[in-house]
Design a binder for this molecule. Structure first.
Ligand code: UD1
Length: 356
């Protein structure tokens, strides 16, 4: 049996691994390596438990640092592990620092590299994730694209070999847990809200949390909305607010703040929300999947179809624009389900099985 090394490190990658891993294990021996980029229980261990992801075989425990130091630590530790395991293929997910480290180590050690969520571009190299995905796609051997536009972007870069539009693996989980997500009301009860009578918001991108002006614009919009806002706060955002002495903003209006939430609770809160406000790529497409209005605190998004179809709107970090978008949005008549229908993991494993 061939061996695949799955490399993860940050919260959205645990969710993607939860989708792929059980399918992968039907055909391959899987070795899971966790870089330790995310380490808080609520950002990491909780997801392994809740989504029944097997314990990682290796944890590199790199922790937090500047991006360069973090990647450097990953490279050194990962080289050791990959040299020892010598997998037949390494699978990396998305666009985090862990993804980039995995791509470099696999390539330097001559291990075939498969990129899940290939081909996404924001055309802005100041976004940390953009450089991660650009380098990863230059080095990859197998490109598992989540959308048709991702395939097209790779084609424009001259990449056409081993490029597959498989849909988004995160949607596989939305489908797998559909009943629990729809029926679970405990998350709503915890916040004392009823379906369609609240908004769900998140904010964690460096461009928003490390720019005081932008962060204030976003928080000001949340506190001014016409319904309660459930706002699970990423550790990065909490630290930014604390450093600025801005926690008081969170106690004004009807913002219901919490620690990071588990997977099913988050999905239920998105599913039952009147609308979603976020800078997360994952939540942007989940809101789209559930046919919710999504306001994105950014001027670009990788999930272009969701904006073209009118489900997501780009407002930037601008209080007035955010409030206007929420007030004036009309539900579009068209929804192409462009992020896939929940078969991505099956497709990926089928392709790898015949290729390796
Ligand atoms: C990373 C990814 C981002 C992804 C996000 C999901 C990169 C460049 N970015 O961003 O694409 O959307 O994960 O959450 O890889 N922290 C903790 N505890 C943790 C993890 C982080 O307190 O368990 C704090 C630390 O102060 C750390 C900061 O959050 O410095 C940022 O963490 P980091 O992993 O560098 O980036 P994210 O913002 O989480």
């Amino acid at each position: 049996m061939k061996t695949i090394l799955s490399l993860v490190g940050a919260r959205p990658q645990f969710i993607k691994l939860a989708a792929l891993s059980p399918v992968l294990r039907r055909e391959f021996k899987e070795i899971i390596v966790h870089t330790g980029q995310h380490y808080d229980y609520k950002m990491s261990g909780l997801f392994f438990q809740e989504l029944h992801i097997p314990e990682p075989d290796f944890n590199l425990e790199v922790g937090s640092a500047s991006a360069i130091s973090q990647i450097a630590r990953m490279l050194v530790s990962l080289e050791e592990v990959v040299s020892r395991v010598r997998p037949d293929c390494m699978v990396v997910f998305g666009d985090t620092n862990s993804t980039l480290a995995g791509a470099l180590v696999a390539t330097k050690l001559g291990i075939p590299l498969a990129h899940v969520e290939a081909g996404l571009r924001a055309f802005d190299k100041t976004i940390p994730e953009e450089t991660n995905r650009l380098v990863t796609d230059v080095l990859s051997d197998y490109f598992f694209c989540p959308t048709a536009s991702a395939v097209e972007l790779l084609r424009k870069e001259g990449v056409t070999k081993n490029v597959y539009n498989v849909g988004d693996v995160m949607i596989d989980l939305n489908v797998r847990f559909e009943a629990e997500i729809k029926d679970n009301r405990s998350a709503l009860d915890r916040f004392g809200v009823r379906p369609n009578e609240y908004y769900f918001a998140t904010c964690h991108r460096a461009s928003n949390t490390e720019d005081t002006g932008r962060l204030i614009q976003i928080i000001n919009a949340l506190v001014a909305l016409d319904k309660p806002v459930i706002f699970p706060v990423h550790p990065r955002t909490r630290k930014a607010l604390e450093a600025l002495g801005m926690e008081y903003l969170l106690n004004s209006g009807s913002v219901l703040v919490s620690d990071p939430l588990p997977y099913i609770a988050t999905q239920s809160l998105i599913f039952h929300a009147a609308g979603v406000l976020t800078d997360s790529g994952g939540i942007t497409k989940e809101a789209y999947y559930y046919r919710k209005h999504g306001v994105v605190f950014d001027t670009k998004v990788e999930w272009v179809e969701t904006v073209q179809e009118g489900w997501n709107q780009l407002t930037g970090a601008d209080t007035a624009a955010i409030l206007k978008a929420v007030r004036e949005w009309q539900e579009p008549s068209f929804h192409s389900q462009c992020v896939g229908k929940g078969q991505a993991s099956e497709a990926i494993v089928g392709i790898l099985k015949s290729a390796l």
